[in-house]
Design a protein around this ligand. Structure first.
Ligand code: F0G
Length: 457
């Protein structure tokens, strides 16, 4: 018998209580947080879908591994376990441990970047772009056209536009610092990249003598889509698919807080010895010695084990199917969202949900606050609060989309938690016409979404 129900392929042996609250209490919490969920204490959140980063539940095997963590400053046994695991997965000789993804990004893009340099990606994640731009270089996004249309169905919306890549490589020649393929494409909706697309990118990079890097923090989730959607891939294991993709690249940057199933960690993996040597020198200055790079021995044990567990077919099947379970249920109810559903999150189109709230009044922020008020659910606005800019006259130039991301932590919530989220959306839909927009009353100059204060209109 083939079951309809997606069961969590684990039993729970340690629990973390959730503090339940009433709508009245949450209304007060929201006011105290100036209607910005980033300012809510996590104790007042019932279901936290702010991010899938660093929020995974570790397995019994990982916790047991932590007890074996070797905290030696140099040559730690735990480091060798992590190094071997990453080498086996990526096929890359040189591995540099970092405390999280952006530390690896700062090292590699700080080294390759600088004024006049250009980086090209399907979509640079915010911290990737920030590290590139901070070096003085430019970051250009070239997703395929299908990837820019939220409602359109396409199996690999995370793909890079290869024609645009060929043109840019010819135009910028020796000034291209690297080409970066983000798998899955987080900023583009957690959408997968096909093996054929990665191979196309690799071919063009080789032709032009340009470095090709994978931003691989969700590479296992990407492998699930490749196996199930791409011709000729069904017979490979998820891990083999990831290994094939790594084989195409010259290096990889990883935030282990996602698909390594840990709460903290990252790495940079490279093939080229001279480049690795230069990066290692930078690593030692700010992260730590080359055999720990800002991580405890126990963290490195947990990463080594997490990188194995994430490729377990029953885990990955549960992971991807349970994310789309939420997305498909909301879609069926008539909640406008990004299609098809990606690997780690569901992205709601707040502009279409609240057509009466203009971008200047931040419809995404409205949904974020409604989800918290009605259900204690925390999500994040990815729209004009995050990406809006002011022109010279001081008027807001809105972002191209007004999205809200519901990111699903790995192995943390059960199906009944997800049913609760779906039920909360019934009320969001029922009351959508009464929802009101917001104005910003206080904001910093950079990254305002983290700390801005809002007032309801
Ligand atoms: N690259 C991608 C594609 C990411 O999604 C992230 C983090 C990073 C790099 C940076 O890694 O946080 O370990 O420094 N994404 C988190 C998120 C923050 O919520 O999507 P980090």
């Amino acid at each position: 018998m083939k079951h309809r129900t997606i069961i969590e392929p684990f039993r729970i042996k340690s629990v973390e209580p959730i503090a339940l609250s009433t709508e009245q209490e949450r209304t007060a919490h929201l006011e105290r947080a100036h209607f910005n969920p980033f300012l809510l204490p996590s104790r007042s959140v019932i279901i936290d879908l702010l991010t899938d980063s660093g929020t995974s539940a570790m397995s019994a095997r990982q916790w047991a591994g932590m007890m074996e963590g070797d905290e030696a400053y140099a040559g730690s046994v735990s480091w060798h376990r992590m190094e071997q695991e990453v080498q086996d997965l990526t096929g890359m000789q040189h591995v540099l441990p970092t405390h999280q993804g952006r530390a690896a990004e700062r090292i590699i893009y700080g080294h390759l970047g600088g004024p006049g340099k250009v980086f090209i990606s399907n979509t640079h994640f915010d911290t990737t772009r920030a590290n590139i731009e901070f070096s003085g270089a430019m970051a250009i996004d070239i997703p395929i056209a299908e990837g820019r249309d939220p409602a359109l169905e396409h199996p690999f919306k995370g793909n890079m536009d290869l024609q645009a890549l060929a043109l840019l490589l010819t135009e910028h020649k020796a000034n291209v610092g690297a080409v970066i393929l983000t798998v899955t494409n987080n900023s583009g909706g957690g959408q997968p990249v096909s093996m054929a697309n990665a191979a196309g990118v690799a071919r063009l990079c080789k032709e032009h003598g340009v470095l090709f890097l994978l931003d691989c923090c969700r590479v296992a989730e990407n492998s699930w889509f490749v196996k199930h959607r791409e011709e000729g891939m069904a017979t490979l294991s998820y891990r083999e698919i990831a290994q094939h993709m790594f084989a195409l690249a010259d290096g990889a940057v990883m935030s282990a807080k996602k698909d390594a199933l840990v709460n903290m960690g990252g790495f940079l993996a490279l093939r080229d010895s001279a480049l690795a040597e230069a990066c290692k020198n930078l690593l030692i200055i700010t992260e730590g010695f080359a055999t720990y790079g800002g991580l405890s021995g126990r963290d490195m044990e947990a990463i080594a084990i997490g990188l194995q567990e994430v490729f377990d077919p029953s885990y990955l099947d549960y992971r991807i199917r349970s994310t789309s379970y939420l997305g498909d249920a909301l879609h069926a109810m008539g909640v406008p969202l990004m299609r098809p559903i990606g690997g780690h999150a569901v992205y709601i189109d707040a502009k279409r949900l609240y057509p009466h709230i203009p971008p200047e009044e931040y419809p995404g922020q409205t949904l974020v606050c409604e989800l918290y008020r009605l259900g204690g659910i925390r999500s994040v606005e990815i729209g004009s609060v995050m990406f809006g800019k002011y022109d010279d006259a001081g008027s807001l130039v809105p972002a191209s989309m007004e999205l809200v991301r519901l990111a699903i932590p790995r192995r943390v919530y059960t199906q009944s938690h997800i049913e609760y989220v779906i039920e909360t959306f019934e009320e969001v839909l029922r009351t959508r016409h009464e929802a009101r927009g917001f104005r910003i009353v206080k904001e910093p100059r950079f990254l305002r979404h983290f700390t801005a204060h809002f007032e309801q209109l």
